[in-house]
Design a protein around this ligand. Structure first.
Ligand SMILES: [Zn+2]
Length: 481
């Protein structure tokens, strides 16, 4: 592929500040998920005439923390603008957002590219804004529904709109960026980004020679990758055929796995931005910014370095652990309860348990599987009660059912046979049943492996292999051929 066919990708990520108890401009509860429609509403978030918004102070603090964690510059003052457009989920007919003075400018997120190189993805700006309500189609989609419903519970939820420069060059890099961003937000404690709709992505894609295409509202990182891959192929095809890529907005259809043209988008001028007269600009005190800077928690990159050093982990394993805060927390909590081979524990968590936990977005961590379980399992391995293979087989039960490893060992009949008395009769039986092989083994030591294998098979892998070998050798010495 020639270098000028390389895609240029920029992202706009909408992040709900899910840790807030109330909405951005009113005191309605922000915990709207699962609530009956239109029960978390008031005159402010329903846009009644004369209702006055009041800024949620915590939301401003969270926005500043995100800005600092992404290496950005915090604005000198807090100012909000109105962005006008008509849509049923927006009862005021304008959205309160930031246009001329975003709370944060500049900054970057460091990601690792497929070549193992680190790369800085620049952040252009971060805006604070309110989420609109939600349109619900009873038949599943506009085409299959005779009418639409509007639920304003989400209306007014605090959002950050994080806009990158077009620094990303592949769908994989875009996902790498989103994963890193999610982990930073989780470490800051401002977003439980696994919640439905808590992190929503728009992507701009272009290829040299073509115009920029915007793909709106892609849910889930996996979908982002697919949507970008589809769009890049579509644009390349047009350019290779000598056509022209038009500037447009498209939607990602996750069912048909294609991007489709959407309504012609308003231009910036159409929005008629103007300062919100109900929210006069206020100074952001330097002392507040400094206090928040001092109180920033340990962020993913620093944590990965510390985990590698403190527990002797391989750096790639440490990086996997910090991709999700809950995973790294879980590892460290288990490490408090277990002194031993941390490397083996991290590998087991990342390779075996994670395999069974990722479908439910790690919801099983702490709720089903507890740090004690992982610690106990490692102790069972250390004591030789179970083999590595058995530990791997137990992963599904521990992850999905939250079973205590000690009980599981009993239930699965995994206890290892380490006593001479128990194993001796089994070895004798094996030699009796394999007389010819036993006589061969007396002359050819290599044939002993076969007999040990038979003992392992008879005990369904429960025999301690070194004890089995020892007993086979002993018994061979006593038999006559
Ligand atoms: Zn309200």
């Amino acid at each position: 592929m020639s270098s000028d066919m390389r895609p240029v990708i920029g992202l706009e990520v909408h992040v709900q500040l899910t840790s807030l108890r109330t909405k951005l401009f009113c005191s309605c509860s922000a915990d709207y998920r699962g609530a009956p429609p239109n029960t978390h509403v008031c005159p402010v978030c329903l846009g009644f005439p004369g209702a006055l918004p009041v800024v949620n102070r915590k939301a401003v603090e969270h926005a500043i923390q995100v800005c600092l964690a992404l290496n950005g510059t915090v604005a000198k003052r807090l100012r909000f603008d109105r962005k006008h457009y008509f849509y049923p989920d927006l009862p005021k007919n304008y959205q309160i957002t930031q246009y001329l003075e975003p709370i944060c400018s500049g900054g970057y997120v460091e990601i690792e590219t497929s070549g193992g190189r680190t790369k800085k993805v620049r952040i252009r700006r971060i805006n604070m804004e309110e989420d609109p309500g939600r349109i619900v189609y009873p038949g599943g989609s506009p085409l299959t529904s005779p009418y639409a419903l509007v639920d304003y519970n989400r209306s007014g939820i605090a959002l950050l709109e994080i806009v990158t420069e077009p620094d990303l060059e592949s769908p994989e890099e875009a996902v790498e960026f989103l994963e890193k961003l999610r982990s930073i937000l989780e470490h800051l404690g401002v977003c439980d980004c696994g919640l439905e709709g808590a992190m929503r992505v728009d992507a701009n894609v272009s290829i040299a020679g073509g115009d920029r295409v915007e793909i709106k509202n892609i849910g889930g990182f996996h979908e982002v990758k697919r949507a970008l891959a589809f769009e890049i192929t579509r644009q390349r095809d047009i350019l290779l055929k000598g056509g022209k890529v038009r500037r447009e907005t498209r939607h990602w259809d996750p069912v048909r796995k294609v991007t489709l043209p959407a309504r012609a988008k308003e231009t910036e001028e159409d929005y008629r931005y103007m300062p919100d007269p109900n929210l006069s600009p206020v100074k952001i005190p330097t002392s507040l910014v400094e206090r928040l800077r001092q109180s920033l928690p340990e962020l993913p990159d620093a944590r990965a370095r510390r985990l590698a050093e403190q527990y002797g982990l391989r750096s790639d394993v440490a990086k996997v652990l910090v991709k999700r805060k809950v995973l790294a927390d879980f590892f460290e909590d288990a490490a408090q309860l277990y002194k031993g081979d941390y490397r083996r524990m991290a590998n087991y968590l990342v390779n075996d348990l994670l395999n069974w936990l990722k479908d439910e977005d790690l919801r099983g961590l702490y709720t089903k599987v507890k740090p004690e379980h992982l610690a106990k399992l490692m102790q069972l391995l250390d004591k030789g009660v179970i083999s590595i293979r058995q530990a791997k087989e137990m992963a599904e039960h521990i992850a999905k059912e939250g079973k205590d490893p000690e009980r599981l060992v009993q239930e699965l009949g995994y206890t290892r046979i380490t006593s001479r008395e128990e194993l001796e009769p089994i070895v004798e039986q094996v030699l009796e049943e394999n007389k010819k092989a036993a006589c061969d083994a007396k002359k050819n030591p290599k044939a002993i492996n076969f007999l040990v294998g038979m003992v392992m098979r008879k005990t369904r892998g429960r025999a301690d292999p070194s004890l089995a070998r020892k007993l086979v050798e002993e018994k061979l010495a006593t038999i006559q051929c």
